[in-house]
Design a protein around this ligand. Structure first.
Ligand code: 2F8
Ligand code: CA
Length: 136
């Protein structure tokens, strides 16, 4: 049923690749309205699934900055592992261009695919919702 609405299943989660562009927070609100959140990324296989499905288009993911130190965190409350996540940034990113790039998107069709960009810029976006099939 979710599949017929465009959701794609991968390893215990459903993912929704939007066809319209929204700002980061508006995208997150849309995801929440669909019982989901902007996607976290916690493994090579998940990153590979996402960039291959993204097909080179730019998509917001659920990574943004908090606090005075500007530490990155996942909006779905998955703990952000900086050491394990560093390899997913495009070389030279995050560069906080114009001191105004506090949200991250998937930009390249590669394991090194993340860029930080202005949160108020409209991009496509990816929602993620946990789904574990249970016995009937
Ligand atoms: O060259 C990398 C640089 O490219 C763009 O700025 C020119 C990106 N801006 C947006 O996506 C809005 C930067 O984030 C990126 O670092
Ligand atoms: Ca950047």
């Amino acid at each position: 049923q979710m599949v017929s609405q465009g959701w794609k299943y991968f390893k215990e989660n459903f993912y929704y690749f939007s066809h319209v562009q929204k700002t980061w927070y508006s995208a997150q609100q849309f995801c929440v309205s669909r019982n989901s959140q902007l996607t976290s990324v916690t493994s090579d296989s998940e990153q590979e699934f996402l960039y291959k499905t993204a097909g080179g288009l730019f998509y917001w993911i659920g990574l943004t900055k908090a606090g005075t130190d500007g530490d990155w965190y996942w909006v779905d409350e998955t703990p952000f592992n900086k050491v394990q996540s560093d390899r997913f940034w495009i070389p030279g990113e995050p560069n906080n261009l114009g001191n105004n790039e506090h949200c991250a998107n998937l930009k390249m069709s590669s394991l090194q695919s993340w860029n930080d960009a202005p949160c108020d810029h409209p991009f496509l976006f990816i929602c993620k919702r946990r789904y574990i099939p249970s016995e009937p």
